[in-house]
Design a protein around this ligand. Structure first.
Ligand SMILES: Cc1cc2nc3c(=O)[nH]c(=O)nc-3n(C[C@H](O)[C@H](O)[C@H](O)COP(=O)(O)O)c2cc1C
Length: 178
């Protein structure tokens, strides 16, 4: 089963989470790859897709949002999960943080099966005026590899249990006019 993990990431934190997810899924026996949205031509070669976005002012990084809009039709025809990475404290490890309004709306559009918020990372020497100012108080790495690993193993379990019931409908979707 081929799985894509793609992401919108400005400072690299979400990209690294996607890389960890791909490694975990490969260890679980899946053919998983992490790739930036611009490297993905056709979503139809994947059996399942995970899309993640770094949070900026409660919005996903624009590349993640654009990816969903661009591939909306194909995403609707396969199992999709979303994740966000943002909080610069341990709140995401303490409790489940729901998707922001924008991400929730995107989930509804594609019929995403789940969403998880993970902590983010901001380096003390972050580039950019606002990021640098924020880093004075909030620099740190709040990503939690254990939580990320557990979540993506849950995705793997769901995919295994479901088998590939969507394969037929995905084929239909490919034929449908845009
Ligand atoms: C300008 C700016 C705005 C941010 N806004 C939010 C926010 O609204 N919510 C949140 O949880 N984290 C916010 N963060 C934290 C980032 O989401 C966090 O640093 C994340 O790891 C960035 O992802 P990236 O490294 O993949 O770009 C913000 C960070 C910056 C620099």
């Amino acid at each position: 089963m081929r799985i894509l993990i793609t992401y919108g990431s400005k400072l690299g934190g979400t990209r690294e989470i996607a890389g960890l997810m791909a490694r975990v899924l490969r260890d679980e026996g899946f053919d998983a790859e992490a790739a930036p949205p611009e490297a993905v031509d056709d979503v139809r070669v994947y059996d399942a897709v995970i899309v993640g976005g770094g949070l900026y002012a409660n919005h996903w990084h624009h590349r993640a949002r654009r990816f969903v809009h661009h591939h909306l039709h194909e995403l609707r025809g396969r199992p999709v999960w979303f994740f966000s990475s943002g909080p610069l404290d341990d709140s995401a490890s303490q409790e489940r943080i729901p998707p922001t309004a924008q991400v929730r709306a995107l989930m509804e559009q594609v019929g995403a099966r789940g969403h998880e918020t993970f902590g983010g990372r901001l380096e003390s020497d972050a580039r950019g005026f606002i990021a640098h100012a924020m880093a004075r108080e909030h620099a740190g790495d709040w990503r939690d590899p254990g939580r990320i690993t557990r979540w993506v193993r849950g995705v793997a379990l769901e995919l295994r249990e479901a088998g590939r019931p969507w394969a037929g409908s995905a084929a239909l979707h490919q034929e449908a006019p845009r």
